[in-house]
Design a protein around this ligand. Sequence first.
Ligand code: FAD
Length: 305
Amino acid sequence: MKKTDVIIIGAGPVGLFAVHQLGIKGLKAVVIDNLDKAGGQCIELYPDKPIYDIPAVPECTGEQLTQRLLEQIKPFKTELFLNERVDEVHQEKENWVVKTNNKKEFIAPNIMIAGGVGSFEPRKISLKECEKFEGKSVFYAVKNKDNFKNKNISIFGGGDSALDWALELSKTANVTLIHRREEFRGAPHTLDELKKTGKVNIKTKYQLASIEGGEKIKSINIKSDDGKETKIETDYILSFFGLIMKLGPISEWGLNMDKKTIKVNTENFETNKKGIFAIGDICTYPGKLKLILSGFHEGALASVE
Ligand code: FAD
């Protein structure tokens, strides 16, 4: 059984920064994550997407942010246990014991849960025909933007991811952005930028109606609210309809849950269990914002002894 000061569950941006905040106070941590790499949503869902809201970093991708966070915690020589899902948490006197699916055990007086959205899955397009193209011509995340160079891309969605990717990919590809509503949910600044470039064909109040093609997609038909159909030459569909949260074992640890998040106080982000803290997307309190910046703040306060 490995003994440490703090067990951090989740190697997303927030868990990684917490290592730093604990480290500068002389506390040792281990980080456990069920993914095969550190970085959480940044690396798994948007490694290539630009991030614009990290203080003093005007622009970096999800992957660059992860690399920088890993660089920042190097001096603390923290052990990362990847491909390990924390399944059980129980108390032993003053300590908490954590067990993973591979039977690894850790013991510490404190746990920081930085489990994000648990195991996350993108919300899929409801059109049945999409299934057979998934992973070939239909994608729910961009892992390598170079794959889309000089292609016809139809992007679905109205949030930040759809807008950010439409802007980014329009630099090298022919992009149509399709949204079922008139209003976009994403940052108005990005939408303005997008309109200014004039490179993206924007179609609002449209939804995907059908797909044409054999092995690969040739074109799609989109249908407007008033029944008008439009054909769009398409090589790839990218869809950003948000994520479905699958919390996993976290909900079974006796914590005070609010839907799929853990209630914390805003003084030190402790949960209803003494010595168990929750930070980042997994925690909730009045006014909570699911941003990396907010998670950094929460990790800083949770690290104060
Ligand atoms: P996560 O990044 O979700 O990491 C949690 C980690 O915990 C995961 O790696 C998961 O595998 C692990 N985990 C969960 N349960 C267990 C378990 N039982 N055992 C072991 N490991 C476990 N925010 C911004 O501030 N700026 C942006 O520009 C921005 N863009 C975004 C774009 C997209 C497409 C998305 C989806 C989100 C974006 N966000 C952005 C939000 C941001 O990514 C999240 O706020 C951030 O990732 C939260 O970090 P986290 O460390 O709390 O959780």
